[in-house]
Write a protein that binds this ligand. Sequence first.
Ligand code: SAM
Length: 250
Amino acid sequence: AGTLYVVATPIGNLEDISARALRILRDVALIAAEDTRHSIRLLQHFGITTPLTACHDHNERDESARFLARLQAGDDVALISDAGTPLISDPGFNLVRHVRTAGITVVPVPGACALVAALSAAGLPCDRFVFEGFLPAKAVARQTRLEQLKEEVRTLIFYEAPHRLLDCLSDLEKLWGHERPALLARELTKTFETLKGAPLGELRAWVAADRNQQRGECVLLVSGWQAPEDEDALDARTLKVLDLLLSELP
Ligand code: SAM
């Protein structure tokens, strides 16, 4: 049987494609792409003429069977998305699961990923982090989600559409306080790349004052929640022990 390669492509700067990605895209029998019109430009740029076929979210389930048949017949297939790493807020999950379940080898070909790029240069704690993808588009649902995430202690990473960035920052400031450290990474690897680190209140005001900051693609990172220091309060561990002891009392 063939192999399914999950190939990362650039998130802006075409130099970010790896030599291995180019070789595999050249060598496979078929490339499954999120949007063929978009990917054709990438392939043309690198002089790659491998046949291209669509694999987007709505036809992914039906398409999986077709790709599986090709793989079982011995063809290698590469999966790519419009930008960055497939499956990361991008199509491909159903295909990869389907193909793996059928016992076909799936090989990752790593490369650009906006969340990792942003995190690597943010200077926010990155030993532990949570990727939240896109927040809900509607205000009430977004605020509910942010309430749920308020006391998350790990660094939080969000993808956000430019036209919702300011609303999102306003909600964050309102619900998580203006002092929480944050960073906006915009247009990564592109001409107008901007990384701006500031507390939420300041960051919101900075974006509000400059319409240019409300354009392009962006990743938003926010420091995790830190318990306010209260010397009189008992820490969680002590409380747990006390709870246990209390439960043992007659
Ligand atoms: N698969 C992609 C990846 O590996 O990062 C993500 C695809 S998702 C549909 C698109 C979102 O990723 C954008 O709305 C933005 O939040 C983020 N993104 C992609 N490219 C970016 C860039 N060059 N700079 C900042 N954010 C980017």
